[in-house]
Design a protein around this ligand. Structure first.
Ligand code: BGC
Length: 897
């Protein structure tokens, strides 16, 4: 039966170029375009049948200049990663585009809004010199930030002005007294041994005719600042860049970084360091340092810059790469939930949420008054912050007042991971004396989950905060101690969840540049670094190194961006070769690494199961995924080859570690989870191993006994073997070790250890004890895809066709997940009352979904009040073993059982 429907016009929205809503320096002359269709009218089965895309070059005001292109009508349903035939754009330009579509009934949409993007160097070599102040920083040394300036004359105003800026260190660009951007920590954090990033900004609105001043504040950041464990990329921070001006006749001029620039270190930032914090003396503010109206800079000693063309071999030939990841920005303000006086001029603030960023200080104080803030995640007691887990990081912000009324300050080149702030040096704080500022990458928050159990809601929120706190320049392990680096293992286990929570495909793709750049070609113990960008430490650790395979795969699955596979595939096959050298007979033997890191009850270096078992399981799994990638990339020979490797090593794995009765020689949860999760057993052996897996949970009283590598697999593996109830039981344990234990003890983010703090023992005795590590939050994917039931299907990367299969349990009466897929919003929301089950689903236009319900009779299923068997939009595909599967086209539906 058909429902009466009206057909409002479909709208084309959320335009992206190369996957980015804001793309100011894409690195390709063959960009891919994506858009979403928005259907406000409650219609069904809206699909795109054809599209037309128009593109034209623009000046800074959006006026057309030069090139234009029309795709004409293209009969295609493709709305993601669309390549255009015959498009011819050039580097260092600015373009605008719009698109319209025809739906399945031939109805034409209006034109979309206009979206613009810029092109970067697109393969051209970086050509401007690098300038700095020539200072060399020793390891662990901290120093003032430096100000640079350059004045230039403009006779006529350009029609387009773009600033291209690269740095080894952090920069904050200014023009004529205004900040160019709100982006933070730019131009980013690559593996500086081989690559630098650059950003481009349109700055024409900041220019004036006559004298102009270009200013740069330069900090040490990740480059010359020291990162764990005493790692420094280079001793001398510097930057390079050019302002490119185009006049109405198309003539180009450039204002470049060269020897005409001046610098000073007499500015207010006396110390800048990621780990140690920042010291700011407001009385040293350089008034008018970048103001064209204040031409007199004589009060400050401006010196000549040091110009370098070559270092690191030849810096001019380092790969200059336009960043593709969304930049870090201030994202949220967080107000304190309590303020307590804990001593003379000493106060304790509680922000109620652990997060990464800093505070905005507001004070009224005498000139020279020193205010000091220390940041901590947790308290020792009511008045004492816990700083032991920061290890050597000083995490201190110091402000020296200028004594001019109300003063406000935020640090620039540092950040902290904290919930509490100890403020010293203020007699009486102002009402809004401190405001928390959460900073993280500017990613769309694309996922939402809620259910009838508040502890699970808190787990979801704690995990999201873990992501916000650790998705700064690169995905890090933690935001507080002297670490905050891109541990590959952590990112690998968390990526599938991260992609649900936030649209982070490009973000992870950019991080993978560093994973690849760090690949070390060593026949023994080669592979990708355990931390990317490389920051010292080892290479090739099992479960860490394979991030190079697992993360591209996860991104591909979620976004449908094929380029992430193409781009990483050569490095992946290289890595497989290196691992293959250590696995001649299928068993991967290389030096021990982290194992099932931090599994409860074991000392470091002794986490079971044995190292080779983990390494082999990961090796086999990586081979399996590599084979599947080869398939996608249409490389059948390589697909065969890696399939062979997969088979060889899974056979060796079974032989070495599994007895005929399905018991593993290392009888631990993680052994079975890896074996089943990575499909390493035969069906018959799996049947037997399942009993052992279940037993290992029962022996622990339905508690987990896993570390970083076993934990992410628990719930999905238990569900896959029909033990969903057990999965719920393990998840819902409130006692140690389990996910809810930290929540019962007040956690607002996910802890690094199951016992980071316990009522019996207090803080874990090891100083390596973060309260904001996302690795264990990897279970959140299961909340989305199983509890609420919104699941991506492997054969349909990018959510063009997905599954809705909720698995109620754990006493929940309601659960809901909402995900912004590349096609638009998908929703699965269910409610249970007695034996009535009500499911509300939303499938975005131009995509379809299959609904899987576990019922004994399809006859009991109704959609929008009509029996499933009669509902014309539903296509009943299968009914077997109390499972009914039917397809639905786009639209909103209410399904009841
Ligand atoms: C980090 C981890 C990382 C681990 C590897 C720790 O110090 O914080 O999250 O994966 O080391 O050993």
């Amino acid at each position: 039966m058909n429902e009466p429907l009206c057909y409002p016009k479909i709208e084309v929205v959320t335009l992206r170029c190369e996957g980015l809503t804001s793309a100011s320096q894409i690195e390709t002359l063959n960009p891919r375009f994506s858009w979403k269709l928005s259907d406000t009218g409650g219609t069904r089965g809206r699909m795109q049948k054809a599209f037309e895309l128009n593109l034209w070059e623009v000046d800074s005001n959006g006026n057309e200049m030069g090139y234009s292109f029309s795709s004409s009508t293209v009969n295609s349903s493709k709305s993601q990663w669309v390549l255009l035939e015959g498009l011819s754009i050039k580097s260092r330009s600015l373009y605008a585009w719009k698109v319209k579509i025809w739906d399945e009934q031939g109805l034409e949409s209006d034109w979309s809004e206009i979206h613009s993007f810029g092109t970067g160097l697109c393969g051209e070599k970086w050509f401007t010199p690098w300038i700095g102040d020539g200072r060399h920083l020793r390891t662990f040394e901290t120093a003032p930030a430096r100000h640079f300036r350059k004045s230039f004359m403009l006779e006529a105003m350009p029609v387009r002005a773009r600033l291209y800026l690269s740095a080894m260190g952090f920069v904050e660009p200014w023009i004529n007294g205004s900040k160019v951007t709100e982006d933070l920590f730019i131009p980013g954090w690559p593996d500086f041994r081989t690559r630098v990033f650059y950003c481009a900004y349109d700055v024409s609105h900041l220019l004036e005719s006559g004298t102009n001043i270009l200013g740069i504040i330069l900090g040490d950041g990740y480059y010359s600042g020291t990162m764990i464990p005493g790692h420094q990329y280079g001793v001398e921070a510097r930057f390079s860049g050019f302002l490119e001006l185009i006049d109405s006749a198309g003539n180009k001029t450039q204002i470049s970084s060269d020897d005409s620039w001046k610098w000073t270190d007499q500015g207010p930032i006396l110390l800048n360091s990621i780990y140690d914090g920042e010291t700011y003396d407001a009385s040293k503010e350089l008034r008018g340092w970048c103001d064209s109206n204040v031409s007199d800079d004589t009060g400050t000693a401006w010196k000549d810059v040091v110009v370098s063309q070559g270092l690191h071999g030849d810096m001019m030939h380092m790969a200059s790469t336009g960043r593709i990841a969304e930049p870090v920005r201030r994202q949220e303000t967080i107000l304190p939930v309590s303020l307590k006086k804990i001593g003379d001029q000493k106060f304790l603030y509680d922000f109620g949420q652990n997060f990464a960023g800093w505070v905005r200080l507001k004070i009224k104080a005498e000139r020279g008054n020193v205010v000091r803030m220390r940041f901590a995640e947790i308290l020792e007691n009511d008045e004492q912050i816990h700083t032991e887990n920061l290890r050597t990081a000083k995490t201190t912000a110091t402000y020296i007042a200028k004594g001019e009324g109300i003063e406000e300050w935020e640090p620039l080149f540092t950040y902290f991971g904290f919930r509490y702030v100890e403020l010293v040096g203020v007699v009486e704080p102002l009402v809004d004396g401190l405001t928390g500022i959460a900073v993280y990458a500017d990613l769309e928050e694309s996922g939402y989950f809620e259910c009838s159990n508040d502890l699970l809601n808190k787990l979801w929120s704690n995990t999201l905060w873990g992501q916000k706190s650790n998705f700064l320049e690169v995905p890090t392990d933690c935001p507080q101690r002297d670490e905050r680096v891109g541990w590959t293992g952590d990112a690998q286990v968390f990526a599938p969840t991260a992609l649900y929570n936030m649209s982070c495909g490009n973000y992870l793709r950019q991080w993978l540049y560093s994973v690849r750049d760090g690949l070390r070609d060593d026949p023994l113990n080669g592979g990708v670094p355990d931390m990317a960008p490389y920051t010292g430490f080892f290479h090739g650790s099992a479960g860490w190194s394979e991030a190079l395979v697992l993360v591209p795969w996860a991104v591909w699955q979620h976004t449908g961006d094929r380029k992430i596979l193409e781009e990483n595939f050569p490095a992946i096959t290289h890595l497989m070769e290196l691992m293959g050298n250590e696995a001649k007979d299928g068993i991967r033997k290389s030096p021990e690494s982290y194992g099932d890191w931090l599994s409860p009850g074991y000392e470091r270096g002794h986490y079971p199961p044995r190292y080779e078992l983990i390494a082999t399981a990961y090796y086999a799994h990586a081979a399996d995924l590599t084979a599947r990638m080869a398939d996608v990339l249409e490389k059948p020979k390589l697909a065969l080859h890696y399939n062979y490797i997969f088979e060889q090593s899974r056979r060796a794995f079974r032989k070495a570690y599994f007895k005929r009765n399905g018991r593993c020689v290392d009888d631990f949860q993680t052994s079975y989870l890896l074996a089943i999760g990575f499909n390493l057993l035969t069906d018959a052996l799996k049947q037997k191993a399942v009993t052992h897996l279940v037993r290992t949970f029962k022996q622990k009283n339905k508690h987990l006994a896993t570390g970083f590598l076993g934990t992410p697999l628990i719930n999905s593996v238990l569900t896959s073997i029909g033990e969903t109830d057990l999965a719920y039981d393990v998840l819902l344990q409130k006692s140690y070790p389990g996910w809810l234990f930290s929540i019962m003890n007040g956690a607002t983010t996910v802890w690094e250890r199951w016992d980071s703090w316990t009522p019996e023992h207090g803080f874990h005795k090891d100083g390596m004890n973060s309260f904001n590590h996302y690795a264990y939050g990897s279970v959140v994917k299961w909340l989305y895809d199983t509890v609420a039931g919104l699941k991506q299907i492997s054969e349909f990367p990018g959510w063009s066709h997905f599954r809705i299969e909720p698995k109620p349990g754990g006493g929940l009466t309601h659960a809901k997940a909402q995900v912004q897929t590349p096609f638009g919003r998908a929703v699965s929301s269910w409610e249970k009352e007695g034996n009535r089950f009500q499911l509300t689903v939303e499938i975005p236009p131009n995509s379809t979904a299959e609904v899987v319900l576990h019922v004994s009779d399809p006859g009991v299923v109704q959609i929008n009040g009509v029996s499933l068997m009669k509902y014309s939009y539903a296509n009943l595909k299968q009914f077997y073993a109390e499972t009914v599967i039917f397809d639905l086209p786009s639209g909103e539906y209410s399904v009841s059982v």
